[in-house]
Design a protein around this ligand. Structure first.
Ligand SMILES: [Zn+2]
Length: 283
């Protein structure tokens, strides 16, 4: 999957895909709720109303930089609370290389936030040690987000993620801690979108008059566009995340901006009464 935004291309690399099995994230969303929203099918849910989700990275090729946005779960990681996320051995790096993005060609890794499924491939296991996966890249983390997890990783899973996927990058001198509204390149800037996590950031791509928005985990499914008040169980601040959804979706609704979720396929946001709907790009 690949999309073009002016002089920037966006390539999707999928590590895992699931249908259903999402009640642990959005417990309030039943199949009946989804089936009432015809635009959810077939791209964002199956005919039975079960949500589709991907764990994926988005690879940006700008005129000057190759950027990986979010790095999935990673191989060989342990101590994850979701059992199937432990000790993975996926062909993620081979898939990247097949898409003409070998690890050594990456200039920048950008994490929208520092949750388990967005930082995993920051590092890989070499001779028993976690080393940066992308040997020539700087790793851009939100400063607010980093400072939060540095001091709030008491839970075993958070501690494991911080120890194997964040701290080795900082120790290697490769972390670049930025403001949540930083401009990264001529085409790429960040938008503060807190609520899912304290320093969560979305990514705005603007080039030759075209625009794309990478929402990260502002929403886990477009069903939250119809119900922005439906916060996920893993949002750190449910009220703030709902407010962020209203504000962000309202800003980009009824515009030509291509919107790609951290866990769902691309489309366009449209106003629908007091809320929104999401029109899939394909079909
Ligand atoms: Zn998250």
């Amino acid at each position: 999957m690949k999309w073009t935004v002016g002089r920037v291309s966006i390539t999707e690399i999928v590590e895992l895909e699931t249908v259903g099995g999402t009640r642990f994230i959005l417990p309030q969303v039943g199949p009946d709720d989804v089936q009432q929203l015809p635009w959810m099918m077939p791209h964002f849910a199956n005919e039975a109303g079960r949500l589709k989700m991907k764990v994926k990275s988005l690879l940006l090729q700008t005129p000057t930089q190759r950027i990986v946005v979010d790095t999935c779960l990673g191989n060989d990681k342990q101590g994850r609370s979701v059992p199937v996320w432990n000790d993975l051995h996926t062909p993620y790096l081979a898939d990247m290389a097949a898409a003409d993005f070998p690890p050594e060609s990456i200039d920048t890794v950008l994490c929208t936030h520092l949750h388990v499924d967005h930082v995993g491939w920051n590092t890989r296991l070499v001779d028993g040690a976690w080393v940066p996966t992308f040997p020539n890249a700087k790793y851009v983390f939100g400063d607010i987000e980093y400072q939060h997890w540095k001091t709030h990783s008491e839970k075993p899973e958070h501690a494991a993620v911080f120890a194997d996927s964040i701290q080795p990058i900082v120790h290697a001198g490769r972390a670049d801690l930025v403001a949540s509204d930083a401009q990264l390149t001529e085409e790429i800037s960040l938008i503060p979108t807190p609520g899912h996590s304290p320093g969560h950031m979305s990514v705005l791509i603007t080039s030759d008059g075209a625009q794309a928005l990478l929402t990260g985990d502002v929403a886990h499914s477009p069903v939250q566009m119809a119900h922005p008040e439906w916060s996920s169980k893993v949002d750190s601040d449910a009220l703030q995340s709902a407010a962020t959804r209203h504000e962000l979706f309202g800003r980009f609704a009824d515009t030509p901006t291509l919107v790609i979720g951290g866990h769902f396929d691309p489309g366009h946001i449209q106003r629908d009464g007091d809320a929104f709907k999401f029109i899939a790009l394909q079909g």
